[in-house]
Design a protein around this ligand. Structure first.
Ligand SMILES: Nc1nc2c(ncn2[C@@H]2O[C@H](COP(=O)(O)OP(=O)(O)OP(=O)(O)O)[C@@H](O)[C@H]2O)c(=O)[nH]1
Ligand SMILES: [Mg+2]
Length: 441
């Protein structure tokens, strides 16, 4: 059984999930960076058909489906890809809200085995929020092709949570994942939080604020006071208001918290750490950890594993050659589509005309009134025939060509090339691909 939700906000999101949650024993969130195979994992486990493809940003709202394992029913929630909990776009906010406040029984963080370092940033950020996590190292087949091996046991030891390797397209490889998820859900594990040690000044500021947040949340089920302190110090109004809504407490209206926050921020400012530098320091510490752990757990069998890709990237994304090649590709695709579609269009049109004359003949032989022939054949049938003859052939050519570009991995490069331009219109390069399809349709 499955259901897809189109929720866009925390309240509606939680309401949707609540209905399904009652039917299941456990709720599992599938999180991760964009384009790492989250929806493929989701589809393989639920039998649903969430949109998958070789470019980032396909999943833009939460989707839900159900699966069973060891006589337990699991509600799976496929959430949009995000690089960080400190999100920017709307879909990243949806992901962040669910990771932080959706309260799943387990969060599966899908990471790309071919570029672990970048993916571990999000893993660390999620581990700061919950320890009910299973890390799913996906695309193991691609990593092996590039001579990259990840020591899963070592990674699990370092992170303190189960780590499994998967090839999401092959359902068999997901059995270990479900076993780990099952164990995390059934284990009644005490909620402890992964502690990343930040700059000593930041730690001083946290230490000043944390006892007060702790006091306030002592009876609350969400008592991750260190993480809340980090968000208060970061000063991101959106996430603070999400935290307050979730807790049902106006944090800053409590004098003990606002006073200690003021003092903590004073410590930071006295050391020239303003809000943006604070964020930078948090991010760079997490990146430092990700880099170290990646070096520790990854081995590269082929030293030049990435050099071919880099050379291709240089040509396809450089300012000088990237944009002309992109227009050349688009021009070629549109040309093939338009000229190529003329022939089948003409054939379909001839076929429909032929059938039309036969239909008119049949209707006339039954002495049907002219108005009936007019409505059914010259009206409905002819319009339908025109639409099919004009629309079907270009679509049948354009989409397979687009799929070839997707499989070659060219679409993410187009998104990268156009990112700067699209940012000027307050959106991101990822939208270029959707726009391209819309232009065509
Ligand atoms: N070779 C290989 N390809 C995979 C694997 N898992 C997923 N893919 C492919 O990777 C691409 C991205 O997969 P998706 O499931 O769409 O990724 P996603 O994380 O849901 O992406 P967004 O929703 O855009 O964030 C698709 O083309 C999948 O077929 C895997 O284990 N091995
Ligand atoms: Mg997806």
């Amino acid at each position: 059984m499955g259901l897809t939700s189109s929720s866009t906000g925390t309240k509606l999101l939680n309401d949707d999930i609540k209905i399904l949650k009652d039917k299941c024993d456990y709720t599992i969130a599938i999180a991760g960076n964009p384009n790492v195979g989250k929806s493929t994992v989701f589809n393989s486990l639920t039998g649903l058909h969430q949109h998958t493809g070789n470019w980032p940003g396909k999943t833009v709202s939460n989707a839900m489906g159900m699966t069973s394992y060891n006589d337990k029913d699991f509600l799976l929630v496929d959430i949009p890809g995000t690089y960080s909990i400190m999100s920017n776009s709307e879909e990243e906010e949806i992901a962040r809200d669910y990771i932080c406040f959706g309260n799943p029984d387990c969060t599966v963080v899908v990471v790309d085995a071919t570029c672990l370092e970048r993916n571990l940033n999000l893993v660390y950020q999620i581990l700061e929020i919950t320890n009910k996590v299973v890390v799913c190292v996906n695309l193991v087949d691609e990593a092996l092709k590039k001579g990259i091996e990840v020591d899963l046991d070592k990674l699990s030891f370092e992170l303190g949570v189960p780590v499994v390797g998967t090839i999401a397209r092959r359902k068999k490889t997901l059995k270990n994942l479900m076993q780990s998820v099952y164990e995390v859900c059934c284990s009644n594990k005490k909620e402890t939080f992964f502690k990343i040690e930040y700059d000593s000044i930041i730690e001083n500021a946290i230490n000043l604020l944390e006892p007060n947040v702790n006091n306030l949340l002592s009876n609350h089920s969400f008592n991750n006071s260190r993480w809340i302190c980090l968000k208060l110090l970061e000063g991101n109004k959106k996430i603070i208001s999400s935290i307050e809504n979730y807790l049902g407490i106006k944090l800053l209206q409590h004098k003990s918290i606002s006073d200690s926050l003021f003092e903590a921020k004073k410590i930071l400012l006295n050391n020239n750490i303003n809000s943006s530098l604070f964020k930078d320091k948090i991010v760079s510490t997490i990146m430092y950890h990700s880099e170290n752990i990646t070096l520790n757990v990854t081995s590269y069998k082929k030293l030049d594993y990435n050099s071919k890709n880099r050379k291709i990237d240089k040509i396809l994304t450089s300012k000088l050659t990237g944009i002309p090649i992109m227009f050349l590709f688009f021009g070629l695709i549109f040309w093939i589509t338009i000229t190529g579609a003329n022939y089948p269009s003409q054939m379909l049109s001839n076929f429909f005309n032929f059938v039309e004359t036969k239909l008119v003949y049949i209707f006339e032989s039954f002495n049907s009134p002219n108005w009936l022939i007019g409505v059914l054949i010259y009206g409905m049938y002819r319009t339908l025939g025109w639409v099919i003859a004009v629309m079907l052939p270009p679509m049948a050519i354009f989409f397979p060509l687009f799929t070839i570009l997707e499989d070659l991995g060219y679409l993410p490069r187009i998104a990268f090339n156009l990112d700067n331009l699209f940012r000027k219109a307050y959106t991101s390069g990822k939208q270029a691909l959707t726009m391209c399809m819309r232009i065509w349709l």
